[in-house]
Design a protein around this ligand. Structure first.
Ligand code: NAD
Length: 658
């Protein structure tokens, strides 16, 4: 049998002129192919041609008449198929009906013809059994609306020949679509399986009353998705999704259909098309963008949805159904994701994906959450994603140590970690010098677009190393330390030419809190604490008293400086010390998202923004910073200072506390 080359195809027959059929016929005629549309009634066919005409106009297709001239219609299926090179079947999702169509096609179509089905849920292999040429049958799963959606899943049935499978791939390209190759006839193919896995965790949260759709939609949108899961479900029809989920379940896929979905569909709330689903719409069929409150975007951690979808992706890859690249193409092109699923998985870290799956499995007992062995192997092999330079993909990665400071470049971000956890990451001379070297290293690397500063263990930094300070015997020693060690590092941090982001998970006190203040942006995990308790041990916080003015009010500055009280993460966000306080283990993710957001700005613009800010601060505060630092070095040498530092180190209460 000789299969035509995709470029040699002349005549295509589309069976079914409904939602999908008329769209497929349109892209076929636009691609220059003689196109016949078959349906059971003339009226449906007339309607379909009218819709095509309207759509061509809307899309600004030139020479509409020539496109329409290439379209013929008929209610005589066998006649319509008789001399076609390719059939694309798009009749309702009913196996008997599809078998009838394929049996006719088998009877009348030329020997070398290609028989494709647009089924969403039925096995290609079963449909092919209706013919005596199952090797010529292939799945071509278009997405709705066909005219606009640039993706086609090309599915190999058990008997589909290589030539036909390759033909379908090329033919999809000829129709100006991007093919995603599905090498095995698995229920749900690739898109529906991953969509189900991605959305199911969102649905479960709502089903169990843990979350509201708006909070989840806001959280997913924050990653750059044009719509959240509930918006998409409403848009594409809850009934369709329920059908697809049930079909997958009935074909042996581990699928949990949430009650909330059944209830909405039973109540006739199918989404936008009925005027109500998870949200309400002005009229049935009239779409209006749902107002999703941006301020709720940190209420849910999208990692849970990503972990579930990644588990499904691992199954698909491990079973040779498709490739990581095709999965990522499918999600980016087919679902408008800002990046591919497996790119996200690498960003979150495969270890965290596995831990999250374990947590979900423990919580629900659902099989779908049992971590796939492929992911566990990746963790064992250290292929953890961005943080290891290798995960599903290879990434730019560099790791360096500057004494107590570790430096990593993960793709476009430098991650600087204050790494003295046994001393609560207290900043001794070595640490200040290491931090300066790490910052300079990041500054010199043009590929670094943002720098994140964090602490190891459950601390950001408890500030200067008091034991080291206590060792100074003269004020001169203190002056030298500030002039040559701490202050030049502070200057390097302030003048760093890239956005600096403080990622706080734990204690940030004293110089630790001042470093957060001096970063451009900040994120704090719930449970973090911020404070400037220097005066409680007879010292003062020089940067807080000066640069702090650009962030906090006098009352806030004085309260922290004079009481030694600690602020919670949300209080720190309220006074502007960090941008966001987030829970659910998301601080690291939000810091990374912030880093990525800053890459929207041109590097030179960032530098100028920072120069302006630093210049302004210098003008305002230089003299007073110098004054405060020299007073600090003197204070430490006084009787009060010596007593305070000693009391701190001995865990004792200084005598002035009442
Ligand atoms: P539809 O109901 O809108 O259209 C089906 C058309 O087939 C109707 O016009 C009907 O009159 C016609 N028809 C029925 N019996 C026929 C026959 N014996 N011969 C010729 N025509 C016949 O359905 P649809 O949404 O276009 O779906 C068609 C196929 O595409 C289904 O397999 C579906 O699973 C699949 N699909 C649908 C979507 C979607 O979003 N709607 C997306 C991808 C794939």
């Amino acid at each position: 049998m000789s299969v035509p080359e995709a470029d040699d195809v002349r005549r295509v027959t589309v069976i079914g002129a409904g939602t999908m059929g008329h769209g497929i016929a349109q892209v076929s005629a636009v691609a220059g192919l003689e196109t016949t549309i078959v349906d059971v009634e003339e009226e449906v066919l007339e309607n379909a041609v009218e819709k095509i005409e309207g759509s061509l106009g809307q899309m600004g297709v030139e020479d509409t008449d020539a496109v329409l001239d290439r379209i013929e219609t008929t209610t005589d299926r066998r006649a319509g198929l008789a001399d076609a090179d390719v059939m694309i079947e798009a009749v309702p999702e009913n196996l008997d009906l599809k078998e009838e169509v394929f049996s006719d096609a088998d009877d009348v179509m030329p020997e070398e013809a290609v028989l494709a089905t647009n089924t969403s849920t039925l096995p290609i292999t079963e449909i092919a059994e209706a013919t005596d040429r199952p090797e010529s049958v292939v799945g071509m799963h278009f997405s709705n609306p066909v005219q606009l959606m640039p993706i086609v899943e090309v599915i190999r049935g058990e008997e589909t020949s290589d030539r036909i499978f390759e033909f379908a791939e090329r033919f999809a390209e000829r129709l100006e679509k991007t093919p995603v190759l599905v090498e095995k006839d698995v229920p749900g193919f690739v898109l529906n399986r991953i969509n189900y896995a991605f959305w199911s965790e969102a649905l479960r949260r709502v089903d169990e009353g843990e979350q509201e759709p708006k909070a989840i939609d806001a959280s997913v949108r924050r990653l750059g998705f044009p719509m959240g899961p509930f918006e998409i479900l409403d848009f594409s029809g809850l009934d369709m999704f329920l059908l697809a989920a049930r079909e997958m379940r009935d074909h042996g896929v581990s699928v949990n259909v949430p009650d909330v979905l059944e209830e909405l569909v039973d109540a006739g709330k199918h989404g936008m098309k009925t005027g109500e689903g998870f949200y309400e719409y002005p009229e049935p069929g009239e779409y209006s963008r749902v107002s999703i409150p941006r301020e709720r975007r940190f209420e849910f951690n999208p990692l849970y949805m990503m972990a579930s979808a990644t588990n499904e992706a691992a199954w698909l890859i491990d079973n040779d159904v498709t490739t990581r690249e095709d999965i990522d193409t499918a999600m980016q092109i087919g679902m408008n994701w800002p990046r591919g699923l497996l790119e996200f998985a690498d960003e979150y870290g495969i270890d965290r994906i596995v831990e999250t799956l374990e947590e979900l499995h423990e919580r629900t007992g659902w099989d779908q959450y049992e971590p796939h062995p492929m992911l566990e192997r990746m963790v064992e092999d250290g292929r953890l994603g961005l943080k290891a330079g290798e995960g599903f993909y290879d990434h730019e990665f560099e790791s360096e140590t500057f004494d107590t400071i570790t430096y990593e470049r993960r793709d476009f971000a430098a991650i600087i970690t204050l790494n003295r956890p046994s001393k609560l990451n207290a900043m001794d001379e070595t640490s200040w010098l290491g931090l300066r070297a790490a910052l300079e290293h990041a500054a010199e690397d043009d590929d670094v677009r943002a720098t994140i500063i964090r602490g190891a263990g459950n601390t950001f930094s408890a500030g200067d190393d008091i034991a080291e300070m206590q060792g100074w015997e003269t004020a001169d020693e203190g002056s030298t330390y500030f002039d040559e060690v701490a202050l030049p590092t502070i200057e390097t941090l302030r003048a760093h030419p890239k956005p600096t982001i403080a990622l706080v998970d734990g204690i940030a006190t004293g110089a630790g809190c001042e470093m957060v203040l001096l970063c451009d942006l900040g994120v704090a995990a719930d449970g973090s604490r911020f404070g400037q308790p220097e005066a409680t041990i007879g010292a003062i916080p020089p940067a807080w008293l000066t640069y702090g003015i650009t962030t906090a009010s006098k009352k806030e500055i004085m309260e922290l400086a004079m009481t030694g009280d600690l602020l919670s993460a949300s209080e720190a966000a309220d006074i502007g010390l960090v941008n966001y306080a987030v829970d659910d283990g998301q601080a690291e993710d939000v810091a990374r998202e912030l880093a990525r957001s800053t890459t929207a700005a041109a590097p030179q613009s960032i530098e100028t923004i920072k120069d302006t800010w630093v210049g302004m601060e210098n003008e305002l505060f230089d003299a007073w910073l110098a004054y405060a630092v020299s007073e600090l070095t003197a204070l430490i040498q006084t009787e009060e200072g010596r007593h305070g530092l000693a009391a701190f180190l001995e865990d004792d209460t200084p005598r002035w506390e009442r």
